[in-house]
Design a protein around this ligand. Structure first.
Ligand code: ADP
Length: 287
């Protein structure tokens, strides 16, 4: 069997086009364009690249760009004051605090200063609470992208056996939550899981988000499964994921490539969250 490749680049382009249309309609209706505020602290090169990509994509969708770069030695009160200003600014529809933060800053305390309505990364305690309760809210971008990819491929989630490798707050945990809400029987595997392959071989839907290059081999995969690779690693031979693409694509029914899979979808979902936040705020204001 050769797996069908789920093309994240094409899907992301489709989603970004929809977002751009919503942004145009919003701008026409209200006379101003919704804005995305990105906050980068310090000089982590990978974070700089990610933020640059997000800002570029936001601008292409017609969103206003509010970027703030603070030095690595920025203090908690300084960062808190900036987030406070962005929280108050009606032109800022979404706030993204790029992680990881430099050592010494409390990411939980700072992230929680982002109002839930502007939490386009879906990372605040409030957003995670809404997700856990199954209430409407902004969902974390990478897991939303994962679900979109599965839906576009026509993978059935209701009643499916799903295994998520990784229990991070950013990816694994919320991905499991979203799958659960869609009716999947969900297992979360993590660094303490014994006999990982035995667990993952049950999966009709397998999400790899462990951050370990090549962790998932053909042996881990049930024939015909949908395998979504959230990992991204820079190696001598280019970018690669948590999944050994060549061998797994011979067993899986669907697979996402790296690059060109989950990565572009994550950015697309950030833009979608930003226009959703803007629409929600405008709707709340006229209600
Ligand atoms: P991300 O933000 O991409 O989800 P993190 O580094 O925050 O990445 O989390 C990695 C997750 O992967 C953790 O939940 C950890 O338990 C899980 N993990 C790490 N190593 C293994 C492994 N060998 N098998 C299964 N899960 C693992």
């Amino acid at each position: 069997m050769t797996a069908t490749i789920i093309d994240g680049t094409a899907l992301a382009a489709e989603s970004r086009k929809e977002t751009a249309e919503r942004v145009t309609a919003f701008t026409r209706a209200y006379g101003w364009a919704p804005g995305l505020a990105t906050v980068l602290i310090g000089d982590d090169p990978a974070s700089e690249v990610y933020v640059r990509r997000k800002r570029k994509a936001a601008a292409e969708a017609g969103l206003e760009d509010f970027h703030h770069h603070l030095p690595a030695d920025a203090s908690h009160p300084q960062v808190a004051a900036l987030i406070g200003e962005l929280a108050e600014d009606p032109r800022v529809s979404g706030i993204l605090l790029q992680l990881p933060l430099p050592a010494g800053l409390d990411r939980y305390a700072l992230v929680d200063l982002i109002p839930v309505e502007k939490d386009v990364d879906g990372l605040t305690t409030a957003s995670q609470g809404l997700l856990a309760r199954g209430l409407p809210g902004l969902r974390p971008c990478t897991p939303s992208g994962v679900i979109r990819m599965l839906d576009s491929a026509g993978v059935r989630l209701d009643g499916a056996e799903a295994v998520v490798i990784g229990r991070s707050e950013l990816v694994g945990h919320p991905a499991a939550e979203l799958l659960l809400r869609r009716g999947a029987t969900v297992t979360i595997a993590h660094s303490r899981t014994r006999a990982l392959a035995e667990v993952t071989r049950r999966a009709e839907v397998l999400i790899a988000a462990a951050g370990i290059p090549g962790l998932v081999t053909a042996e881990h995969v049930r024939p015909g499964a949908a395998v979504i690779d959230v990992g991204i690693h820079r190696t001598d031979s280019g970018l690669t994921g948590d999944v050994r693409f060549a061998e797994v694509s011979r067993t899986a029914g669907w697979i996402t490539p790296v690059p060109g899979g989950v990565g572009p979808m994550t950015i697309a979902m950030l833009l979608a969250n930003t226009i959703t936040a803007a629409e929600n705020a405008a709707y709340a204001a006229i209600r």
